[in-house]
Design a protein around this ligand. Sequence first.
Ligand code: KG4
Ligand code: ZN
Length: 336
Amino acid sequence: NKDVLILAIESSCDETAAAVVKNGRTVLSSVINSQIDIHTLYGGVVPEIASRKHIENINPVIELALKQADVTLDDITAIGVTYGPGLVGALLVGVAEAKAIAFAKKKPLVGVHHIEGHISANYIEHPDLEPPFAALVVSGGHTHLVMVKDYGTYEIIGRTRDDAAGEAFDKVARAVGLGYPGGPKVDKLAKEGNPHAIEFPRAHVDDAPYDFSFSGIKSAVLNYINSCEMKQIEINKADLVASFQNAVVEALVSRAIRLTEEMHIKKLAIAGGVASNSALRAALTRECDSHGIQFYSPSPILCTDNAAMIGAAAYYEYMRGTRHGYDLNAVPNLKL
Ligand code: KG4
Ligand code: ZN
């Protein structure tokens, strides 16, 4: 049997996830235990609680993933695990678990970068997608424009100088009282608003045309809310979040399209939690179409944190010969 079966583990933030992935592209099972209900009580992810919940959940999640794939650990070719970036205590649970299984079952251990995982979600969704392509990675912790030169070979072209895109969504959502996580709620409410109602600043970073800055937009939204409250003007929340979202989407789309043009690359993929934003998807679909670029996006369940994407990334790392030892450690600020 030449099939490569990866058991993948993801625990970098508030999702405990395990998956079994065949040959990098076929998901045999994908189990996600979200802790969102607990963290919502606190308005955001509490690292200490996340670690404890990962410890409680990781064994049952892995057992379920194996069961749903109808395999045992003996059938698995290698263990893939996210070892960074992320919350150190959360990452450590997955890494320790992966090392223990690898040791006990004498299986190769393959550490994966979380962002590489997000990008690789596209390999699952689009069996025809192969490097090179440009990728826009937008999540709660990251905003990167990346050139995927080959499997496992990346060049970061642009990044955020301050807040991540998802972070800006979450902060604005909190300011208008939409709750956590804010992205999906802003997305929904924005559908009822006018995206051109309020003109928010589009920040540019001098000498770094591909870098992003979202703290200025976020502050402008907060200032707008404060000044309305002072003047006792009622705020149209739908218009406000639609205008905010429009500013963020414009910043993301303009740089992504510019990159494909300058690099003469005809393929653009998106990834990360914010990639499920409907306005971003619509704008990229439209712009890619008019520029003759093939646009790739994972379905929403593959956009937010999951282990199937880690399995896809681990497969290509495994095929490239990447192996980690039992000294593999969690690296909270791991570089791509
Ligand atoms: O990739 P992800 O699950 O976790 C990280 O690795 O950060 O991304 C979570 C982020 C959160 O900030 C959440 O608000 C945002 O993705 N998000 C969205 C949408 N769905 C999730 N942001 C905008 N629109 C959405 N539909
Ligand atoms: Zn993520």
